[in-house]
Design a protein around this ligand. Structure first.
Ligand code: CUA
Length: 332
């Protein structure tokens, strides 16, 4: 092979590689990693991406060079000369991909094994999925409609569901795990970056699937300790507030006294007006029916996605507290 050809082939490969590298680096393809596991998974992505860029550059270079140098003349209808192939080349293009694919398997297997490690003292949070809300239950028995976790500690999420298959996903934590009826599945997260990130259901689970969202607050260890102690203090507020929070109502509804800003369902600050418009009895009766039997009256402009399980999930005394709390309206 002539020296000039090698220089030309290398030049094309470098140009192709440079274009791919710019595309890979200039576009933020991956969400900002907020956990140790996500950092490892991002490493696997980049490991594979770099291999792909190198292989693509070599292939693109040889292809481009061949099209350019060995193009048939305009009137050349003859066949090309017969060839016997090239044993050395064939061994090379078999062996190199085999080594690369093996390397990717080993890196992925090591990362998967590391990401499954919860250490000896993980914080265990039970994650309960239902159509169409998430509930997070802490070791002290408190439950919330959103997840709060500290940085620098392994957190083991144990997933269950009361109806169909759902799937837990926080893009910034990279991993997904299904909640499957009848069994408990788990996932380990080790948060590193303080912030608020979305919790998304990523398994089509019914009409309200797209609305089945919550959030995770990643806080420092000190703020987490404060939050845990406030959790017991919160129960000194209106009793209805605790019921509101435990059932994840704020995930879908706005209600000023609970600092809830959900937009999926009707704005609960306007319940008095809504009750008049619906004309389904007194305010308290209307609220109770809307919680226990949400399909009885669908507020105009909203989909029929409110879970039907609150009638059995919320005990009668708690339901009463919740109804009273909501009936008092936005100024309390
Ligand atoms: Cu739950 Cu989709």
């Amino acid at each position: 092979m002539r020296r000039g050809s090698i220089i030309q082939l290398t030049a094309i490969a470098l140009v192709a590689g440079a274009i791919c590298t710019v595309v890979a680096l200039a576009v933020p393809w991956l969400p900002l990693a907020a956990g140790q596991e996500a950092v490892r998974i991002d490493f696997a992505y980049w490991f594979v991406t770099i291999i792909c860029i190198v292989v693509f550059s070599v292939v693109a270079s040889v292809l481009t060079y061949s099209v350019w140098k060995f193009r048939a003349g305009p009137d050349d209808d003859s066949d090309g000369p017969p060839t016997h192939g090239n044993t050395r080349l064939e061994i090379a293009w078999t062996a190199i991909p085999a080594v690369l694919v093996t390397a990717i398997s080993v890196v992925s297997a090591v990362i998967l094994a590391q990401n499954g490690q919860a250490g000896s003292n993980p914080l265990i949070v039970k994650v309960h999925a239902q159509q169409f809300a998430w509930t997070f239950i802490y070791p002290n028995g408190q439950s919330y409609g959103y997840l709060t976790v500290p940085t620098g500690r392994h957190v083991k999420l144990e997933l269950t569901t009361s109806d169909v298959i759902h799937s837990f996903w926080v893009p910034q934590l990279s991993q997904k795990q299904d909640a499957v009826p009848g069994i408990t599945t788990s996932i380990v997260i080790t948060p590193t970056r303080v912030g608020t990130y979305p919790v998304i259901c990523t398994e089509l689970c019914g009409l309200g699937h797209a609305l089945m969202r919550s959030h995770v607050d990643i806080v420092s260890a000190v703020d987490y300790a404060k939050w845990v102690s406030q959790g017991s203090a919160a129960s000194t507020g209106p009793p209805g507030l605790a019921v509101f929070q435990q059932n994840g109502c704020g995930g879908c509804h706005t209600f000023t006294p609970a600092a809830a800003t959900g937009k999926v369902g009707p704005d609960l600050d306007n319940l008095a007006q809504e009750a008049k418009q619906a004309n389904r009895g007194a305010l308290a009766a209307f609220i109770e029916e809307s919680i226990v039997k949400p399909q009885a009256y669908i507020a105009p402009g909203f989909p029929d996605v409110m879970p039907h399980i609150f009638g059995t999930q919320i005990p009668p005394d708690k339901l009463k507290q919740l109804v009273q709390y909501l009936a008092k309206g936005p100024k309390q």
